[in-house]
Write a protein that binds this ligand. Structure first.
Ligand code: ADP
Ligand code: MG
Length: 385
């Protein structure tokens, strides 16, 4: 795995600020009002649009309906809408359709969608709306919007996108990352920046030298959160987070949803809405998947019978079949395999159980418990899961 230029450095962290001792001015978070066309969609139709067309799953208290067109993003200014049309964008991508209304409504959002699905603008556009509502940056002020990204390539990409859409609003954008001149970055920050795109390590360095501060930061975006962990930015990230007022709005985007991302989301988001794009049950990256296509049932059985001894040595095996009868038949055959096989004495011992809906609940629970217990024993003996 690649390590960013700042990834390896052991970095002392900044202690979190005592936010209760700081007098933060109030700020506006909500710029969204549902468009009548969105309200007018009947419930069934809305669900069909969300689940089938957008293939988006939404979880969280009082979510927003997805929007269909950019004109439904009611917080967007005329200038912003014109710029979007000028860039040739016709309609929001699925993640944008669901995340834009939420972000504009001031909600914390956890957005999971594949690479290339348009996540950048799903946070850049609301960020522009958010900052345009606030007083101009004065010399010495820190950024209003902070976007953290794990690598300098990514930070530059976000910077380019953000600049395109900020220009017509004359909002100042800057990007800071390791490997580039600290002196110039310091100068830039001191002049005042409204949207700051940064890698956590470099930002932390510049916070320590007081090149900037995060007292005015009211919108925080964490992009590619999964890669932040891959690159070892966890401590830096938390250190930066401790510098930002707790009542900020936070948007967190990731292409994958690993346990660490979920944990981070729980720590940094308040009452969030989770938006997951793509077909239900997309592969978890922690699970290695291999697909083998075989011509018929007999070939499948032969494949399995041949590999089972090896698999059983490694751990446990779950076999899914499509019918209750198929389940019983396969279980029977696998039991026979062990008994009838001449090599049986050199095979690892295995037990076979069949589990399906024709068994009563009590029996099913017993089978499940036996399956789990065996696992604990194996683990206890130093066996693999
Ligand atoms: P992600 O961050 O999800 O990997 P990006 O934000 O980099 O994806 O977007 C991928 C590409 O899609 C970019 O070139 C971007 O300009 C384009 N794009 C974003 N939103 C739209 C849209 N609504 N319609 C068409 N293209 C879009
Ligand atoms: Mg991206």
């Amino acid at each position: 795995s690649r390590v960013g230029p700042e990834g390896k450095k052991a970095m002392e962290v900044l202690p979190p600020l005592d936010h209760s001792s700081i007098d933060y001015p109030p700020f506006r978070k909500c710029f969204y009002e549902e468009h009548p066309e969105v309200t007018g969609m009947d419930w069934e139709e809305m669900l069909r649009y969300r689940e089938e067309e957008l293939q988006v799953q939404v979880e969280g208290r009082e979510s927003c309906r997805p929007i269909v067109s950019f004109k439904h993003a009611t917080g967007f200014s005329e200038t912003l809408l014109r710029e979007i049309v000028k860039r040739g964008f016709e309609a929001p991508t699925p993640i944008q359709a669901q995340a834009l209304p939420l972000a504009l409504a001031g909600r914390d959002v956890l957005g999971i969608a594949q690479t290339g699905s348009g996540k950048t603008l799903a946070f850049v556009w609301p960020a522009i709306v958010h900052l345009m509502d606030q007083a101009h940056i004065k010399r010495g002020d820190g950024p209003i919007v902070l976007i953290l990204a794990p690598t300098r390539e990514l930070a530059s990409q976000i910077y380019v996108e953000a600049t395109k859409f900020s220009k017509p609003h004359s909002a100042k954008v800057a990007a800071i990352f390791g490997g580039a001149g600290k002196w110039e970055q310091t100068k830039l920050l001191k002049e005042g920046v409204e949207i700051l795109v940064a890698t956590p390590g470099r930002l932390l360095e510049l916070l320590k030298t007081k090149a900037t501060n995060l007292k005015r930061c009211t919108l925080l975006v964490l992009d590619e959160a999964d890669r932040m962990f891959d690159l070892g930015f966890e401590a830096q990230l938390h250190s930066v987070l401790g510098q930002i007022r707790p009542d900020r709005q936070t948007l967190l985007f990731s292409a994958t949803f690993k346990r660490k991302v979920e944990k981070l989301a729980n720590e940094v988001l308040r009452d969030p809405v989770r938006v997951v794009c793509g077909k239900a049950g997309q592969a978890n990256e922690d699970v290695k998947q291999e697909v083998v296509v075989l011509p018929n049932d007999e070939a499948k059985y032969q494949w399995l019978a041949h590999r089972l001894p090896g698999l059983v040595r490694e751990g446990k095996v779950l076999v899914f079949v499509s019918s209750k009868q198929g389940c019983e038949e396969l279980a029977g055959r696998l039991m026979m395999l062990l008994q009838g096989d001449a090599r049986a004495s050199c095979l690892p011992p295995w037990k076979v159980e069949a589990l399906h809906g024709d068994k009563d609940q009590h029996e099913r629970s017993l089978i499940m418990r036996r399956f789990k217990q065996q696992q604990q024993q194996q683990q206890g003996e130093g066996g693999k899961e």
